[in-house]
Design a binder for this molecule. Structure first.
Ligand code: 0A1
Ligand code: ZN
Length: 876
């Protein structure tokens, strides 16, 4: 090939160095616009041919004599420029460079790919005999050469042909414009998406699928055809997904004024998928886990998750697709905002306070640890090697909290005005987080200059609180400190909005809540008219994603746990009571003489929750959940997981013993409620299993009998899984029997078998690690299916007493997994690094073992960019 004559490729052919660091500050617009893309697929599981025709227009002021097109694992079969075969091209690493001198060109590139060999599940891959794509963030470059960056927007025409029996259904983005059959047993379809989009939103699906069809009429009376596509046999488990979709479409009209913009909206469920789901324009692709549900096989939690994820992907149609991201550093522009939108949607569909508590629990168990560890990054990161590593709880969940804070500060109406302006101003663009903040500023009429620091600074602020009595006034002193994080040693204060109420001690009531904003490093707020120091209810509704450090009397917490009218604050008071006790106990700071008094206070609070007739069971169930071991560990600079585990289990047993009668009565009462999906029945199921959790710690034999009964009489997965979860942690003959029964009942349903793996991997059973090792050899276990890998190993890595075994065997298991999985599916492999990356937060012996395993991974001959980056940051 004599391409070097016209395009010079870099000479240096030495061993590739570390993957490059991409920096936000280096952003430059692309040289070329690509207004139109035509793709022609000749489909085959082992061999698919892709012919891509790109219309190119040189951007103003650009003088370059070439175009750089990204590729990943591709070789061009043929290149044409303006209709003529061309050899004016060269490869530069994985990229294709084509010489182009004019202002307008058409290039046509043919590539050949093997979807069946694509175990990374990025680009075009085969799953269960069907073909599907995943292009976010940089998968499109595994299909064809392209400027694979979100700020290049094109309209797509897709033509695909394939064997009619193998691929009876052919789907892509937008509308189907034509289809037909050929004499040779193949058929074809043509799709056109009129909305310009970046390549990461492209999708294609071909396979044997059946659909549940429905329709939605939009606020302007346009009829949209809806389809949920699944494998034959799964159709009767798609009703909930369809209902969730219609509710999402209606809600986005009501809450944000957003109307759907195509005649068709399709969702396809695939069983091999790296993440939850993907918002491809008009053709969302979902992990089966977030589509398929019926009462027999899905829990109430699964139903909620499906509704939330369906909403999330649908809402992306505006927050992500109509307005996309300029570059991947802006990921939170679409993800933080869309998570907030899905949270508000779920709040409106179900119980608002319960949803808020659940969201805070996720934030604290997934994001707070990230923010206090080696992988901490701002919601708008500054640098990455592999963008897949930044689909994090920080970008998603903290991103949502940051936008929620703006909403709390200006109120829902002004926030809506800001969002309206954002959608109007940036429709059709690839925007930045800065664009969003400016739209809120202009639309809601507020100055967010200081608030922007939430986008640039990592770390969870710590707010120190002191309430002082000064004559007839209560004075609230607040101070904040934002901890140092990697690359950010010094921080500036950030505006912290806190909704508060002051309870009068004598009357037990408050005179209304108010929002205060701590703008600086410290501030004092004076409240007149309190003869004695009031009881402070702080960060009500969790208005700010901060941690609070305050010296509060146990009686005040007990009062709030029993009487606070803000459900979140009430939950928080319960948690604080327990956290204060367990962290002191696990850290050796608890005088043995203080234990009975502290336990008694917790017992009174929990007893009050069990008895309170004013609470619904969904909320009662929340209040019964003890703070997780991860969250407890997070409160300590370094911790001994065995000590936390022992203390937490000890408290559970004590409470179970102390409240045994009430718990047994609750279990009996809840067991009498017949199955339905309404809030009352769901609440009953929630407290039923919660009761068993306490009883299992206090009276294991009795609890095993009850759990076995609950298992046998269950007419739904929530009860059956709850009972099995409890049994899995016990040493009882029922344990073995029910585990076998469960496997045999559901052996043909992979999503339920995932539960079977996960229950054992996360169990309280002392031999959990042995069970995990055995399960890894089970014929149903495979490294090729991400759901299965997560169900065994993520559940295990999140099981402190097993993962943190003092001899380091748990760490070794995870490091072995990373090394085995990395060559198959680097994206999923890299997600197992963070549990080891938290080594600095454990006792010296464990820290050394964890670090040692990371070093062993780092020493591997060949590591993916994904795993390399996570290990490098974790050791750094
Ligand atoms: N945008 C999707 C998340 C997503 C990201 C990457 C993927 O590649 C495997 C898949 C999905 C969302 O937020 O739902
Ligand atoms: Zn998303």
């Amino acid at each position: 090939m004599d391409a070097a004559r016209t395009v010079s490729a870099p000479e240096n052919a030495t061993k590739p160095a570390d993957p490059p660091i991409i920096r936000r500050e280096d952003y430059r617009p692309f040289d070329w616009a690509v207004p139109e893309v035509a793709l022609d697929f000749t489909l085959g599981l082992q061999a698919t041919q892709v012919r891509a025709r790109l219309s190119l227009r040189r951007n103003e002021g650009v003088t370059a004599d070439r175009i750089r097109l990204n590729g990943d694992g591709l070789t061009p079969v043929a290149v044409k420029v303006d209709g003529e075969a061309s050899n004016s091209w060269a490869m530069d690493g994985s990229d294709l460079i084509i010489a182009l001198n004019g202002d307008m060109h058409e290039v046509e590139i043919t590539t050949a790919i093997n979807p069946a060999a694509n175990s990374q599940l990025m680009g075009l891959y085969a799953s269960n005999g069907m073909l599907c794509t995943q292009c976010e963030a940089e998968g499109f470059r595994r299909i064809t050469f392209f400027p694979d960056r979100p700020d290049v927007l094109s309209t797509y025409r897709v033509h695909m042909s394939g064997d009619k029996t193998q691929f009876p259904v052919l789907l892509s983005n937008g509308n189907c414009t034509a289809k037909g059959e050929a004499a040779d047993g193949t058929h074809w379809a043509e799709w056109h998406d009129p909305w310009p989009k970046p390549a990461y939103l492209f999708a294609l699906v071909a396979g044997e699928l059946v659909a549940r069809h429905d329709q939605f009429t939009t606020m302007n009376d346009r009829v949209v055809d809806l389809g949920i596509w699944v494998r034959p046999g799964d159709l009767d488990r798609t009703e909930h997904a369809m209902e969730s979709l219609k509710r999402s479409m209606k809600w986005d009209e009501d809450a944000f004024g957003r109307e759907y913009d195509l005649d068709l909206f399709n969702i396809v469920a695939v069983s091999d998928f790296n993440m939850g789901a993907m918002e491809n324009k008009g053709l969302n692709v979902f992990n089966t886990k977030y589509v398929l549900a019926d009462a027999e096989t899905a829990t109430d939690g699964d139903y909620d998750a499906i509704e939330g994820v369906i909403g999330h992907e649908y809402f992306h149609n505006w927050s992500g697709n109509r307005i996309t991201c300029r570059d991947w550093f802006q990921l939170s522009l679409k993800e933080g905002f869309t998570v907030l939108r899905d949270q508000l949607f779920s709040q409106d569909m179900g119980s608002e306070p319960v949803k808020r508590i659940e969201d805070v629990r996720v934030l604290r168990s997934a994001q707070f640890p990230e923010d206090s560890g080696p992988l901490a990054h701002p919601i708008r990161p500054d640098a990455y090697r592999e963008i897949s590593n930044f689909y994090t709880a920080t970008v998603y969940n903290k991103g949502a909290e940051v936008i929620r804070m703006m909403r709390s500060i200006v109120g829902p109406e002004r926030f809506r005005a800001g969002c309206d302006l954002y959608f109007e101003r940036h429709d059709g663009e690839a925007a930045t987080c800065e664009d969003f903040v400016r739209a809120i500023e202009d639309g809601a009429k507020i100055d967010l200059t200081l608030f922007r620091r939430w986008y640039s600074q990592a770390g969870t602020p710590k707010v120190t609180v002191r309430l002082e009595q000064d004559g007839d006034a209560a004075v609230l002193h607040l101070a904040q400190q934002v901890p140092a994080t990697p690359g950010q040693p010094d921080k500036q204060p950030m505006p912290v909005p806190l909704r508060i109420a002051l309870f009068d001690r004598a009357s037990g009531t408050h005179a209304g809540e108010r929002l205060i904003v701590l703008e600086d490093g410290s501030a004092s707020f004076r409240f007149e008219g309190f003869a004695e120091r009031p009881i402070l209810s702080l960060n009500r509704g969790f208005t700010a994603p901060v941690s609070i450090d305050r010296d509060v009397a146990r009686e005040d917490l007990e009062f709030l746990a029993a009487h606070d009218d803000d459900p979140f604050a009430r939950y928080e008071a319960m948690q604080d009571l327990v956290v204060g006790h367990l962290t002191a106990a696990a850290d050796g700071r608890l005088a043995e003489g203080d234990r009975p008094g502290q336990r008694a206070a917790i017992g009174r609070a929990l007893g009050g929750v069990l008895a309170d007739a004013g609470l619904d069971d969904l909320m009662r169930g929340e209040l019964m959940i003890l703070p997780s071991q991860t969250y407890l560990a997070e409160q300590l600079a370094t911790s001994d997981p065995a000590a936390i585990h022992a203390e937490r289990e000890g408290l559970k047993a004590w409470l179970g013993h102390e409240l045994q009668d009430a718990l047994l009565a609750m279990h009996a009462r809840a067991s009498a409620v017949p199955f339905s999906l309404d809030a009352e029945a769901r609440g009953a199921r929630k407290v039923k299993t919660q009761a068993l959790v306490y009883l299992a710690a206090a009276a294991p034999d009795r609890a095993a009998e009850l759990a076995a009964e609950q298992y046998d009489s269950a007419d739904n997965m929530t009860d059956r899984q709850g009972a099995l979860m409890v049994l899995t942690g016990l040493e009882s003959p029922h344990r073995t029997h029910k585990l076998i029964d469960f496997y045999n009942r559901y052996r043909d349903n992979p999503l339920v078998i995932d539960k079977w793996f996960a229950l054992q991997a996360q169990s309280l059973h002392p031999q959990a690690i042995e069970h995990v090792k055995a399960l890894a050899l089970h014929p149903d276990f495979t490294l090729r299916n991400p759901n299965r890998v997560r169900s065994l190993y993520m559940a295990f890595a999140a099981n402190p007493h097993a993962f943190h075994k003092p001899d380091g065997e748990g760490y070794r298991l995870i490091a072995d997994l990373i090394l085995a999985l990395d060559p198959i599916n680097p994206q999923t492999a890299a997600r197992f690094v963070p549990p080891l990356g938290r080594w600095r937060r454990f006792d010296a012996a464990r820290a050394a073992l964890m670090r040692g395993e990371l070093e062993r991974v780092a020493a591997a001959e060949k590591l993916s960019r994904d795993t390399f980056e996570q290990v490098e940051r974790s050791l750094g």
